[in-house]
Ligand binder design. Structure first.
Ligand code: BMA
Length: 316
C-alpha cells in the first residue's frame, strides 16, 4: 500500500487525487456519477456505478481499472431499466446503488429498482461482467441497501436489509435464504440512536468483509440539520460464525463530508459507500460524494475493528 497517495488524519485516508470519476469521464450523457459497487475480475477492478440520465432516472455504468484509481468507462451502460415484463414494471423509475458479492465464482449484484410502486431490491448475476442476467426481485416495497455476505452460514445465505418504516427509524436488519431468492427469518440488528450522528437512519453500505476479528460492515448514518441531512460512514463488527451477533457498532463515524466535492454537489454533504475490498492490512473504500462524483480511500483493518470495539454504542 503506497501511503504517499493518501492524506488525512482520520481513520479513513483519502486518495490525494480524488475525485476519481466524474460525469466528464462518462462517454454517454449523464448528470451525475456516484454510489458504485466494486469487484475484482481477471486481476482488474470492475466498478459498477450509478449514473443519472438527463431525465433524472438512474442507470448502472461499468468502468475497469488496473489500480483502482484510474478507471476507463465502457461506451455503453452496463444495465438499464428493463423495458418489458415483470422487472420493467418495477424498474420504470430507474435502477440505483449497486452492490457486488462474489460467491463461488458468480458475481451477484443487488440494486434498488424504482417505480410508481415503490423501491424494491433486484438481484442480478454475472460471471464475466459482459452478460448480466436478472435473477429475481428479492423484496417487496419498500427496501433499499441490501448487502449479501460472501459466504454461506450452514445452509443459509445471509443479507443485511434496510426496510423503510414510518413506525421505527430506518434500521439495519438481517435475513436468511436457502436460494438467494426467497428470504425470511428477519430480525432487527442496528437501530439509529437519538442525539447521535446517525439518529435519522442507519443502513448497510458495502458487503461485509471477513477479518480475523469478525465481519466488518461499513454502514451509513444520517443526521438531519437545519440545512438538510448529512450522510456519514460508520462501521460495525459481526460475529464470524453468527452474523446476527453484533460484536460492536462504533459510536463515532469513520468518514464525513469534508472535501469540497463531498460538501457541494447535487445533494450536498453526502459520503455514501457501497464498495470495499480488503488488501493486505487495509480496506479500500470507494464512495459516492454529494451524489455527484466518486472518491476512494483506505482504512487500516485494525483501526476499523478498534472503532467497533473500543468506542461502542448499543446496537438497538
Ligand atoms: C439515499 C439514497 C442514496 C443517496 C443518498 C443521498 O436515500 O438515495 O442513493 O446517495 O440518499 O442523497
Amino acid at each position: 500500500m503506497n501511503l504517499d497517495l493518501y492524506k488525512g488524519s482520520g481513520v479513513v485516508k483519502r486518495y490525494i487525487f480524488n475525485p476519481i470519476l466524474t460525469k466528464d469521464d462518462i462517454p454517454y450523457e449523464v448528470s451525475t456519477v456516484y454510489n458504485p459497487a466494486i469487484a475484482i475480475y481477471q486481476d482488474k477492478y470492475i466498478l459498477i456505478f450509478r449514473a443519472a440520465k438527463l431525465n433524472g432516472r438512474s442507470i448502472l455504468g461499468k468502468a475497469i481499472s488496473k489500480d483502482g484509481f484510474n478507471f476507463e468507462v465502457e461506451k455503453e451502460p452496463f444495465m438499464v431499466p428493463e423495458r418489458e415484463g415483470y422487472f420493467a414494471k418495477y424498474e420504470s423509475a430507474g435502477i440505483e446503488d449497486p452492490r457486488i458479492t462474489k460467491i463461488d465464482n458468480v458475481y451477484y449484484i443487488t440494486y434498488s429498482a424504482y417505480s410508481e410502486y415503490g423501491v424494491r431490491i433486484g438481484l442480478a448475476k454475472t460471471t464475466d461482467f459482459e452478460r448480466v442476467e436478472r435473477v429475481a426481485l428479492i423484496t417487496s416495497a419498500d427496501h433499499r441497501n441490501i448487502v449479501i455476505f460472501p459466504e454461506k452460514f450452514g445452509d443459509d445465505y445471509v443479507r443485511l436489509d434496510r426496510p423503510h418504516s414510518d413506525i421505527i427509524p430506518w434500521s439495519i436488519w438481517i435475513s436468511y435464504s436457502k436460494d438467494l431468492v426467497h428470504w425470511g427469518r428477519s430480525d432487527i440488528l442496528i437501530k439509529p440512536k437519538s442525539y447521535h450522528w446517525d439518529e435519522l437512519k442507519v443502513g448497510p453500505g458495502a458487503p461485509p468483509i471477513k477479518t480475523k476479528e469478525g465481519w466488518l460492515s461499513i454502514i451509513h448514518g444520517v443526521y438531519m440539520t437545519m440545512s438538510g441531512s448529512v450522510y456519514r460512514l460508520g462501521v460495525a463488527l459481526h460475529d464470524l460464525e453468527d452474523p446476527s451477533k453484533i460484536l460492536g457498532v462504533s459510536d463515532e463515524w469513520i468518514l464525513e463530508p469534508e472535501d469540497e466535492w463531498e460538501r457541494v454537489g447535487y445533494v450536498p454533504n453526502v459520503v455514501f459507500c457501497s464498495a470495499a475490498l480488503m488488501e493486505q492490512d487495509y480496506i479500500r473504500l470507494w464512495w459516492g460524494a454529494a451524489d455527484s462524483v466518486i472518491c476512494t480511500g483506505i482504512a487500516k483493518v485494525e483501526d476499523l475493528v478498534n472503532k467497533c470495539l473500543s468506542s461502542k454504542r448499543s446496537a438497538l
